[in-house]
Design a protein around this ligand. Structure first.
Ligand SMILES: N[C@@H](CCC(=O)N[C@@H](CS)C(=O)NCC(=O)O)C(=O)O
Length: 204
């Protein structure tokens, strides 16, 4: 299998993180330069139905998968341990619920904020600073709820690391590009973020 990847970008990082947690080493990782548009060639666009974006996974039979979470789920099916998406019906549903919450309300607005505010990403976006500010602030507001959730617990969705933690942290950590400082009152979120940063997979 082959993973088309990009440095710094948060969505490919979700997949690299999952690969590291599961000790997957038999996928070739091909790094593309997004600033040079290497991910938008006609060949890629044909394979991805016109949808632009990394990561892209080419499976053993040549199927093209896009969407980082679809790729992570596929990897979970092939490499079930350690489990990141849930074992029982209830656990699967709770992890999915938290993954959707943190993706839509935390990670996505923060990532859009960074895209519109970081000079490093100016080649990828017609940047609009006010739109960036608004999205960054929405992400920070949702972090308050995450902070509340993390009071008296270590992980967002279960009693162990799950895909919800990976999606939330990778989105939050992307804000280092705009040097975002977490509001001081988000003590629990900061504790959890430190724990995530310490994992070996954080360096994948
Ligand atoms: N929903 C997609 C989003 C993919 C996406 O937007 N990836 C970004 C990198 S994090 C990208 O490739 N951006 C390049 C561009 O917009 O030209 C996923 O989760 O895989």
């Amino acid at each position: 299998m082959k993973l088309y990847d990009a440095a710094v970008a948060p969505n490919p990082r979700r997949v690299r993180w999952v690969m590291a947690e599961k000790s997957i080493t038999d996928i070739e990782v091909v790094r593309l330069n997004m600033a040079e548009g290497q991910h938008k060639t006609d060949e890629f666009l044909t394979r991805t139905d016109g949808f632009v974006g990394l990561p892209i996974l080419e499976t053993k039979d040549g199927t093209t998968l896009t969407e980082s979470l679809a790729i992570c789920r596929y990897l979970e099916s092939l490499y079930p341990e350690p489990n990141l998406f849930g074992r029982t019906a209830e656990e699967v549903a709770i992890i999915e619920m938290w993954t959707r919450r943190v993706e839509l309300l935390v990670a996505h607005p923060l990532m859009i904020g960074v895209r519109h505010l970081s000079p490093m990403l100016a080649s990828l976006e017609q940047q609009d600073a006010a739109f960036g500010d608004r999205n960054r602030d929405l992400g920070i507001k949702a972090l308050t709820l995450l902070n509340q959730r993390l009071t008296h617990r270590d992980w967002i969705a279960a009693d162990r690391l799950t895909i919800a933690d990976i999606v939330a942290f990778v989105g939050l950590d992307f804000t280092r590009l705009i040097r975002l400082v977490l509001p001081e009152n988000l003590v629990e979120a900061a504790r959890w973020a430190d724990m995530m940063r310490e994992r070996p997979a954080a360096r994948a």
